[in-house]
Design a protein around this ligand. Sequence first.
Ligand code: NDP
Length: 314
Amino acid sequence: MTDISPLTLLGTGAMGTALGRAWLAAGHPLTVWNRTPERTAALTAEGAVAAGSAAEAVAANRLTVVCLLDDASVGSALADTDLTGRDLVNLTTGTPADARARAAWAEERGARLLDGGIMAVPPMIGTPGAYVFYSGHRELFEEHRDTLAVPAGTRYVGADPGLAALHDVALLSAMYGMFAGITHAFALVRGEDVALGEFAEVLVPWLDAMAGMAHRTAERLESGDRTGGVVSSLAMQVAGAGTLLRTAEEQGVSAELLTPFLDLMARRLADGHGEEDTVGLVDLLRHRVPRRDAKEPRAAAERRTDLTRPRHGS
Ligand code: NDP
């Protein structure tokens, strides 16, 4: 049977409005609050009820989804709100430490908190590609899973409240590395006899194919085997880096997006790891002992993530 539980949404900015629309379209009674009340109009026009204060909105339902600008906004919006017995799902982007502190803060106030990191932009909400990483209170997640799955797929990544934010930020960080590469590539070819649209058509499948190295990286980091089956050695890659830098110079393009990675490769090679591929660079970046290595390793089954697709998309 479809769950059409009522819920509250704090924050009707671009993302909050998209989320709210999906719940309303699926028939969920929705109470909304926004610091600037006029910004609730799009959702009230579609059937949401606007509350006069955040406290009133939270009191209206057991489940409150929070989608505000940043963690400081969450603290200020909920400062004078009685949270006793409430379930909070915080979809506001923050750091892992923000999420852990906010979960403890909620618990001190008698509430349960699940943190979420949205892997979508507003137009993707309600489509099959959208999903949200969740971490923290597992029972809360299970109890509200059907409701949470309406606007976007749900991927629960662990009981530590910081894990959703960690996944979110890790994916965004990888994305910016990719954007840097795309930016540099277009700077190289622009102004030459290259049709940029056709160039994009070869660039995208190349990046898709190369992204598969993430699986090899994971395997090598888990197994500790850095050299078995290496087909593109670091020694070869560092030798080839000179061609990349000279081409940038010939084209009159700054290599500033490229050099940080190439410099790391050269450092790892200088440390005597020429037979590896680029996996060892992870060791160069990490300044402190990973949390997992400092504790007992978790069982594989416990680590496995758990994905459901958005209800809308199915
Ligand atoms: P908007 O800028 O559109 O909306 C921000 C919201 O936060 C508004 O409701 C705003 O209220 C509220 N707000 C800001 N400061 C305060 C404060 N001090 N007290 C109370 N409320 C405050 O942002 P989005 O809706 O796009 O983003 C919301 C969250 O979703 C962010 O954490 C963002 O990182 C995340 N997100 C957004 C994505 C996107 O592409 N838009 C993608 C993935 C995640 P007011 O209207 O009064 O200013």
